[in-house]
Design a binder for this molecule. Structure first.
Ligand code: COA
Length: 490
């Protein structure tokens, strides 16, 4: 748009629009579509002139941006998700206030004014169209609402992102409560919004031109354990279809971030299942492998986060995926209404689960933040089948992922349908807590920990109850880990 040409400036100049105490919304969702130059410029500015901001994103950022912003001392408050080791340490030292939030809810809080005004939005785009509306890049995340709600908008036009992204987005913004219209998605491929983010062009205060590709995904290849987890799940789905409890054409799948979820999805490559669809947040390598293999018909997400080779292949051939992909705001990709309507199969990862099916996905030892709940709660609560996968042990066997009582609960026993480890699977649906114990301990726990867990449960039964616990022993495995470095007795 010609009238906006005079707003092109360097990131350093644009960074002066951000002042101490401001609330800033920045694009970026699981390392995709994040602003590339502004975080660097903001970190530089904060090093020269100490200041603090509240930084809200879609989810995690790439390019070590959270590391740079943390080291510059810029972050007073950060939400709703992160995966950065430096930021994680600052959070766990109590230096950065981290608000760990369901990803579908952040913009609802913003709309309701819970964070005060949104002063500045920084949005990566592939273009600004003639009417001044913004064309996002490889993620939508919270970008659309940030741009709509912010007083000022800084747009980073990234020349390294393919312009073919134009037309792939579906931007739907909810109306006002309490008489909001239903979100009219009834099929994963439905388009219900606009292809661009419409804002008054006069709000665009700066335009930065950059040429930096997205960071590649850090997902590790499958190993024997993740392969075993995938095999258990494929066998389970096959069994469910055979018993008529699931249609042969499976419901749409949501798959969380990380190595385990990606490996499980890849497991479908060797499965009999066809015409798969996804209604998820992050589209990882496995999504495109399934599409290329003719196994997946359509994927709806909020971002594309793939390895470098997959990025080259997908981004250079975006046209090929055009009618098979849609990128939506995260409040739509994670919307409880749609998740419930579509009857999603939701697959997320746990750090640990307890013998009754409560899941901790975020707090190591119950205290130290790992990444955040992300969208896992949005999906688990509302899916038709909420699956949590984890390896049965961590840290070389010193930590059991099945414990008597989780010291932090992200997903409670009422939301968790299935727990799966490389050892096996526990289908908790329709079972009372006492019935779940046997399945979880005998099918999912590592053999090295089963006697400990059986012994705990025997003791717990003495105290009775719907969900028996021996409270003085409930955290004995965690306490042993803290004090001796292992959950196993010496
Ligand atoms: N106690 C302590 N540490 C544990 C643990 C436990 N019970 N279980 C796993 N870990 C550690 C692993 O050792 C590993 O540590 P490292 O990075 O030092 O090697 C780390 O946690 C990651 O575990 P990994 O087995 O590699 O799994 P992952 O990459 O799939 O990540 C989660 C697992 C739970 C951390 C990750 O999925 C997550 O953050 N989930 C919450 C958000 C979410 O589900 N989002 C989904 C929608 S986006």
């Amino acid at each position: 748009m010609r009238a906006l040409k005079d707003r092109v400036m360097s990131a350093d100049e644009a960074a002066t629009l951000v002042q101490d105490g401001m609330v800033v919304g920045m694009s970026g969702f699981t390392r995709a579509g994040d602003a590339k130059d502004m975080p660097v410029a903001l970190a530089k500015r904060a090093r020269e002139q100490p200041m603090k901001i509240t930084l809200i994103t879609g989810a995690s950022l790439g390019h070590d941006s959270d590391k740079a912003l943390t080291e510059a001392g810029l972050l007073a408050r950060r939400l709703p998700f992160q995966v950065d080791a430096t930021l994680r340490s600052a959070i766990n030292r109590g230096e950065v206030m981290f608000v760990d939030q369901h990803l579908s809810e952040t913009v609802e809080f913003l709309r309701a004014g819970q964070f005060g005004r949104l002063d500045v939005a920084v949005i990566e785009a592939v273009a600004i169209s003639e009417d001044g509306s913004i064309v996002p890049s490889s993620s939508v995340g919270n970008s659309a609402s940030f741009a709509i709600l912010a007083d000022k908008v800084i747009v980073e036009i990234n020349l390294a992102q393919p312009v073919e992204f134009e037309g792939m987005h579906d931007i739907w913004i909810p109306g006002h409560r309490p008489h909001r219209e239903p979100l009219p998605i009834v099929n994963v491929s439905d388009r219900v919004g606009r292809p661009t983010v419409k804002i008054p062009p006069e709000k665009i205060a700066a335009i930065i031109i950059t040429d930096t590709p997205d960071s590649a995904s850090t997902v590790q290849p499958a190993d024997a354990e993740t392969q075993a987890i995938a095999n258990h799940l494929i066998e389970f789905f096959t069994h469910e279809v055979k018993r008529g409890r699931m249609p042969a054409r499976l419901p749409a799948i949501q798959s969380g971030i990380g190595t385990i979820a990606n490996a499980v999805l890849k497991g479908f490559l060797q499965s009999p299942f066809e015409h798969l669809t996804m209604y998820s947040e992050v589209l990882q390598d496995s999504t495109f492998e399934l599409m290329d293999a003719g196994k997946m018909d359509f994927a709806s997400g909020s971002s594309i986060t793939v390895s470098r080779p997959m990025q080259q292949q997908v981004f250079q051939n975006l046209a090929r995926y055009r009618d098979k992909l849609v990128l939506r705001p995260q409040e739509v990709s994670n919307h409880p209404e749609v998740i419930r309507r579509l009857g999603l199969i939701a697959l997320n990862t746990a750090l640990e689960a307890d013998i009754y099916g409560n899941v901790n996905s975020t707090h190591v030892y119950g205290t130290h933040m790992m990444n955040g709940i992300g969208g896992s709660g949005d999906f688990a609560r509302n899916a038709s089948l909420a699956i949590f996968a984890t390896k049965s042990v961590a840290k070389g066997g010193k930590v059991s992922s099945i414990v008597p009582m989780v010291p932090h609960v992200d997903h409670n026993e009422h939301d968790v349908d299935l727990i799966v480890t490389e050892q096996g699977l526990a289908d908790l649906r329709t079972l009372a807590p006492r019935e779940r114990v046997k399945l979880i301990v005998e099918n999912c726990a590592h053999p090295a920990y089963r006697d400990l867990l059986r012994d705990y449960y025997r003791d717990a039964l003495k105290y009775g109850g719907q969900t028996p616990h021996a409270l003085e022993r409930a955290y004995e495995m965690h306490i042993r880990l803290r004090d001796s470095g292992s959950m196993l007795p010496r």
